[in-house]
Design a protein around this ligand. Structure first.
Ligand code: FAD
Ligand code: FES
Ligand code: FES
Length: 482
């Protein structure tokens, strides 16, 4: 059992023990390592000033996969077994790398405070463009920089600088830090169990789901930290570190998606970005939803399981999982059981999850060829915002008649719901505007939303009613939305 956290920073291995293990990563980088290029502004994953690369072994275990993430909402204990690359580490071979040159030439920086974060997010885009053999254009630049805020330069010059990056000159991180020098050590590190105790805090890094369940069973009040994009924000804002934690970073076989019989089995460490990529062709409607889910930095760190377990009624993925009749595989130290996601939420943040259990996987059936899926997210602004209201529909339509209907609504009560009254009404009904008008009225009559900062009760009732009309018009569009 190891009693320290071990990871690489810009190619050099660091071992951290004691109180420093429980610091935010930005604090450790800036204060302990004096790598002050990584900035902190919001400390809640919203501005991108703290963007770094997190490199983790990919599923082949022979290669490191580098993704831009927000360091401010990561804690040192979560970094075991990874390679952190900061802005200081992307250009050590030359004064300015291709991304930095483009920013300077395109006048993309004014005060410069946000610039290191932009450089890292832009580098993330270059990594993606090179590995997927795609071009960087204005659209892909805007998407890659959704999570980066600049208060003084103006986005025009930042976007044009991004488009002007000479990708032929860009040196991928794996070229700067060859895998062969780091992979063997990361394999060794991530195969070891870790337990670290100080007089204030206690953390575990188990290597199997069973061990995770076992430490949870033995430690009442233990908080699991996966991507940390929900928990990290709460910890920063409340200046609180849970006394006992377990990080999922080293769980083996937890980052893979297995496809079998038109069903996906999604591991507990599978990120939102992985799901987005995997479903691009298999269920474009769900994949597209992620364009409006946080920012790339959030989607590269946050997991699907974390989105489910956080149990927010306005989380974006549950409505889709509800209409697809997804199931959760729950594990304790010796056995597993399946729970339909529609039965998992017993009340606000109240889960059908025992003290000795953790979520081991999500079983997600894919839509059949003759089914149509439609997903909606309403938020106060389009990008990087939490939903006020969500809706998901799965319909089987045959010769102008609805043969089967599954409808889920979020943001209309303490938990996401299946609108069973509406489903009954829609099943067998003709595909007419009248049907959808009446369906909306039934939906609104069966919910009791609350008023809060994201929307009033009246607004949510109106949305629940009108979304059916929108669905009706969208169904008429040619776009394939399976
Ligand atoms: C800037 C920003 C933007 C965001 N935008 C969106 C958005 O658009 N839509 C949206 O829905 N969410 C959004 N989120 C919330 C968050 O990113 C997601 O909920 C994400 O999926 C959480 O995953 P995680 O791995 O980071 O969870 P964590 O923060 O690690 O954990 C979340 C919860 O899940 C529990 N947990 C984790 N793994 C397990 C397990 N295996 N078994 C049992 N419990 C477990 C943890 O204990 C914790 O209670 C945003 C967050 C931020 C900071
Ligand atoms: S400091 Fe704003 S996202 Fe990290
Ligand atoms: S250059 Fe000043 S905040 Fe972006």
């Amino acid at each position: 059992m190891r009693d320290f956290v071990s990871f690489f920073v810009n190619g050099k291995q660091v071992n951290v023990s004691g109180a420093a293990v429980f610091k935010p990563l930005t604090e450790y980088l800036r204060e302990d390592m004096r790598l002050v290029g990584t900035k902190v502004v919001c400390a809640e994953g919203d501005c991108g000033a703290c963007t770094i690369f997190e490199g983790r072994l990919d599923s082949s275990q022979n290669k490191i996969d580098y993704k831009p993430i927000n360091a401010c909402i990561k804690y040192v204990m979560q970094m075991d077994g990874c390679h952190v690359v900061t802005v200081e580490g992307v250009s050590f071979e030359e004064p300015l790398n291709a991304v930095q040159k483009a920013m300077v030439d395109g006048h993309g920086a004014q005060c410069g405070f946000c610039t290191p974060g932009f450089i890292m997010a832009m580098s993330g885009l270059c990594e993606k463009a090179l590995s997927c053999k795609t071009k960087i254009d204005s659209q892909s630049s805007k998407e890659a920089l959704t999570g980066n805020l600049c208060r003084c330069t103006g986005y025009e010059s930042i976007i044009s600088s991004t488009c002007a990056i000479n990708t032929a000159e860009y040196k991928p991180v794996a070229t700067l830090y060859p895998d062969k020098n780091i992979v063997p050590e990361l394999k060794k590190i991530s195969g070891q169990q870790v337990e670290i105790k100080t007089n204030k805090y206690h953390t575990f890094l188990p290597t199997t789901v069973e061990e995770l369940a076992s430490v949870k069973e033995q430690n009442k009040g233990l908080r699991i930290i996966s991507g940390g994009t929900d928990l990290g924000v709460v910890m920063n804002k409340m200046e609180w570190v849970p006394e006992i934690t377990a990080c999922t970073a080293n769980l083996s076989d937890a980052r893979s998606i297995i496809e079998k019989d038109n069903k996906l089995i999604i591991g507990p460490n599978v990120t939102l970005a992985q799901v987005e990529d995997y479903l691009k062709d298999k269920c474009p409607e769900f994949s597209k939803l992620f364009e409006l889910f946080g920012s790339p930095q959030i989607r590269y760190a946050g997991t699907l399981v974390g989105n489910i377990a956080n149990a927010s009624p306005i989380a974006d993925t549950p409505p889709f999982l509800f209409v697809m009749d997804a199931e959760l595989e729950l594990a304790n130290k010796s056995k597993r059981r399946m729970v339909p996601i529609t039965k998992f939420y017993k009340g606000y943040k109240d889960l059908d999850l025992n003290q000795d259990e953790v979520i081991a996987a999500v079983h997600l059936p894919l839509p059949a060829k003759d089914e149509t899926v439609r997903l909606y997210k309403v938020s106060r602004r389009i990008h990087l915002d939490i939903s006020s209201f969500t809706a998901a529909f799965r319909l089987k339509i045959n010769q102008g008649k609805i043969e089967q209907a599954a409808v889920a609504l979020g943001g209309v009560g303490p938990v996401v719901i299946r609108a069973t009254e509406v489903e009954k009404f829609l099943t067998g009904a003709p595909l007419t505007r009248d049907t959808f008008k009446k369906a909306g009225e039934i939906a609104a009559a069966n919910i009791k939303p609350i008023s809060d900062v994201r929307g009033s009760l009246d607004f949510r009732l109106r949305l629940s009613e009108n979304i059916f009309q929108k669905l009706f018009f969208d169904l008429g569009k040619k776009e394939v939305c399976r």
